[in-house]
Design a protein around this ligand. Structure first.
Ligand code: NAP
Length: 338
């Protein structure tokens, strides 16, 4: 098999390509660009495509996937598509309808992976960040296990009510696999230890790059057969909506640049390769044709164990996406050590 299509087996028997295409673009980028770049990514060799309700591009990403299927470039089963349940749809009865609404936009029959986007419930509804009159985001209280697990919902609520939660989405065939994103160890353990758990999360998608290498969370996930998927692996898009403009620029790091020079590659490729060699599935966003093509070169070279140690040494537990406006949320994940 072409190394570009390398995949990892998930704990439910499905396979996830180890390199994924990130599709998030900030609101000012015209939505149609997502069609063009997703097609380019599939042409370049990406088979794993990451999106979410929140990205407001599922219509365009779905169109791109379907057009590459229609022109014979790929089959549906060659593509691994991820969507995510946004935090304003965490009331258990809203989970499956939210996935169905994503599928309708995508015009696909199933997603390969459905994730809980963040472990923090927000006031239910279509507004992604509902705010009160003082501009403060309005939280909701939902037990994270109740969104996950059929039995928790069945025992805590009246019998006979529809169990439209994450596990049900998998049983209904709407999501081949289910997982979480931005969960800390304690929150992962809560799900793993819940009596009656039917399906473990297959992955935890978290911010991960040489400045925040997540080595402890990675060890924990490996010990539980949960794949760690790295988002923001190139140091994020540095958009002011999410990231402090004064934050350090990862791809300008001198150590990363020296390794790039040594391998005659770019700092971005070194940052991506670093993840693959430590058993992390890595996402790379680019809306630029040349950089999309460049990023699949991650399979063309190897870092030495010495290079890996040097990269490990760059860790400074520096998080770009802090989501400080949610810091008061009782389920805010980033106050724990990991
Ligand atoms: P990223 O992958 O860290 O990339 C950051 C920037 O790097 C991009 O804006 C891109 O700019 C640039 N870039 C890409 N390839 C490059 C190369 N070869 N050389 C130099 N620069 C390069 O960006 P991200 O969007 O923050 O994260 C990736 C994906 O992870 C997202 O798109 C999304 O799918 C997912 N994500 C998930 C969460 C979550 O909460 N679960 C959070 C954040 C992100 P150009 O477009 O100009 O090339």
């Amino acid at each position: 098999m072409d190394p570009k299509y390398q995949r990892v087996e998930l704990n439910d028997g499905h396979f996830m390509p180890v390199l994924g295409f990130g599709t998030y673009a900030p609101p000012e980028v015209p939505r149609n660009r997502a069609v063009e770049v997703t097609k380019l990514a599939i042409e370049a060799g990406f088979r794993h495509i990451d999106s979410a309700y929140l990205y407001n591009n599922e219509e365009q990403v779905g169109l791109a996937i379907r057009s590459k299927i229609a022109d014979g470039s790929v089959k549906r089963e060659d593509i691994f598509y991820t969507s995510k349940l946004w935090c304003t749809f965490f009331q258990p009865q809203m989970v499956q309808p939210a996935l169905e609404s994503s599928l309708k936009k995508l015009q696909l029959d199933y997603v390969d992976l459905y994730l809980l986007h963040f472990p923090m419930a927000l006031q239910p509804g279509e507004t992604p960040l509902p705010k009160d009159e003082n501009g403060k985001v309005i939280f909701d209280t939902v037990d994270l296990c109740a969104i996950w697990e059929v039995s928790a919902w069945r025992t805590e609520h009246r019998k006979g009510r529809q169990e439209e939660v994450m596990e049900k989405c998998k049983d209904a065939g709407l999501a081949k696999s289910i997982g979480v994103s931005n969960f800390n160890r304690r929150q992962l353990e809560m799900i793993l230890n819940k009596p009656g758990l039917k399906y473990k999360p297959v992955c935890n998608q978290v911010e991960c790059h040489p400045y925040l290498n997540q080595s402890k969370l990675l060890d924990f996930c490996k010990s539980k057969d949960i794949v760690l998927v790295a988002h923001s692996a190139l140091g994020t898009q540095r958009h002011e909506l999410w990231v402090d403009p004064k934050s350090p620029v990862l791809l300008e790091d001198p150590v990363l640049c020296a390794l790039a020079k040594k391998h005659k590659r770019t700092p971005a490729l070194i940052a991506l390769r670093y993840q693959l060699q430590r058993g992390v599935v890595v996402l790379a966003k680019s809306y630029n044709e040349q950089r999309i093509r460049e990023n699949v070169q991650v399979f063309e070279f190897q870092l030495t164990s010495e290079d890996m140690k040097v990269l490990d040494g760059l860790n400074r537990n520096y998080r770009y996406v802090v989501m400080d406006f949610l810091m008061d949320h009782p389920d805010y994940p980033f106050s724990d050590e990991y």
